[in-house]
Design a protein around this ligand. Structure first.
Ligand code: HAM
Length: 413
């Protein structure tokens, strides 16, 4: 038997219906905030991710699915592709502020575990063109709005400001100095990171690293007046919307394009991979990708993780509709008639099902029950002669007759 690749998921009909429900909710809420959908290719030139996300990040250095002599890569995230498209299609000419959302599959060659897959799906929003703190607050409130619309309560917003490039460089310098004193005690991963990307050590889950970090310098000490004020304004804006947050000076995120505000929404029901949504400002990315200097902020929410959180919170997904009527047949003429009638019913928007296996009346009725059909009608020799059929309501067995040619007028509610 050939099985699916490791770290991928099949969405069987029930799962696909749940996903559709989530996506419909997302689209409706994105519209309330005036976001427009963008779709980009499944693969991009590898160079885009190297320059956009950063060569030393885990994503670029270890997790990319690259092919054709590494010229192309399946997208591991959407911010770089959205910005590539924004620049390539001169979207800045359309409006000074551009609000885009996407729902798309991403690919990262990670070690699969609960909530971490090699193919996964993100809903993301990118707000391009404003450096104002209101943009940060509105964007974060979109993510919160969406999660709260499912009645989620066990979610927590973590927020930080990681400064501009210069502030961050100074911070990295002092963090490195501090960590060098403890370098022999750091975990093997952190030792490597100390040379390549010291900020990533702040993310370490190793207990000893966490202990060493307790007294490490924090980024807020290195912020200039502008970022301090911006951070303060963002926090006050969130408070004005009754959005609770927790400041986390260690929240640096795993992609190099971030500047200033960074945030994550985490859920206790997720275990180790507890971030359901993450994002931040990336005010330098557009010029880094050869566009005109333009500030921007965005986030992405993992839809598999969101589904896990919803299930852990006993969220009740809506049920898929059941057939309005199952047409049971007996005899060749009835079968032919049912084919024509079912087609007419469907043309009139009535969800119906017929027997496709030439089964007995009894097993067709069984099937009607299994499908939870609201009504059933039996067409046999008598009905073919009189052209009259009885429509039976399945939940109470009540019946009423109708002319076969007028069945589309029947009230199937
Ligand atoms: P990210 O933190 O890499 O950010 O991913 C965002 C979310 O995608 C995570 O919080 C998680 O829910 C989900 N996710 C990431 N990797 C996996 C995985 N292997 N399996 C399942 N879910 C996963 C970004 O991707 C940025 N582009 C977000 C952003 C948009 N920043 C600014 N704009």
């Amino acid at each position: 038997m050939i099985t699916k690749p490791k770290g991928t998921l099949d969405f069987l009909p029930d799962d696909a219906f749940k996903r559709l429900h989530i996506e419909n909710r997302l689209r409706a809420i994105a519209s309330l905030f005036n976001y427009k959908e963008i779709r980009t290719p499944t693969f991009e030139k590898t160079e885009l991710f190297k320059r956009g996300i950063g060569e030393e990040t885990d994503i670029v250095s270890k997790e990319m699915y690259s092919f054709h002599d590494a010229e192309f890569t399946l997208k591991p995230e959407m911010t770089a592709p959205v910005i590539r498209s924004y620049i390539e299609n001169s979207l800045y000419n359309v409006s000074p502020v551009t609000k885009l959302y996407y729902i798309s599959n991403m690919y990262r060659h990670e070690r699969p575990q609960a909530g971490r897959y090699r193919e996964f799906s993100q809903f993301g929003a990118e707000l391009i063109g404003s450096s104002e703190y209101v943009a940060d607050v509105e964007l974060i409130s979109l993510g919160v709005f969406f999660l709260k619309s499912f009645g989620l309560k066990d979610i927590k917003i973590k927020i930080n400001n990681i400064g501009n490039l210069q502030e961050r460089a100074e911070y990295i310098n002092s963090l490195t100095q501090y960590l060098l004193e403890y370098s022999v005690d750091l975990s093997e991963d952190s030792k490597i990171r100390l040379e390549k990307n010291p900020l990533r050590i702040l993310d370490s889950k190793n207990p000893n690293d966490i202990k060493i970090l307790e007294n490490a310098p924090t980024i807020n000490e290195y912020l200039g007046a502008e970022n301090k004020l911006h951070f303060q304004n963002v926090l006050e804006g969130l408070e004005s919307l009754d959005i609770d947050y927790e400041i986390d000076y260690k929240l640096v995120r795993g992609l190099d394009y971030y500047t200033s505000t960074t945030f994550e929404i985490v859920s206790d029901s997720l275990g180790a991979q507890n971030a359901v949504l993450g994002g931040g400002r990336y005010d330098k990315l557009i010029e880094q990708l050869d566009g005109k200097a333009t500030p921007a902020i965005g986030f992405a929410c993992g839809l598999e993780r969101l589904t896990l959180v919803l299930e852990a919170n006993n969220y009740v997904f809506p049920e898929e509709d059941y057939p309005h009527i199952y047409i049971v047949t007996s005899g060749e003429d009835a079968r032919k008639k049912a084919l024509v009638i079912s087609n007419k019913l469907r043309e009139n928007g009535i969800y119906c099902e017929i027997d496709l296996l030439n089964r007995s009346i009894k097993s067709q009725m069984k099937e009607a029950n299994r499908y939870k059909a609201k009504y059933a009608a039996v067409i046999g020799e008598d009905e073919m002669k009189t052209n009259e059929v009885k429509i039976k309501r399945m939940n109470d067995g009540s019946e009423s007759g109708i002319n076969l040619d007028e069945i589309t007028n029947y009230n199937f509610n």
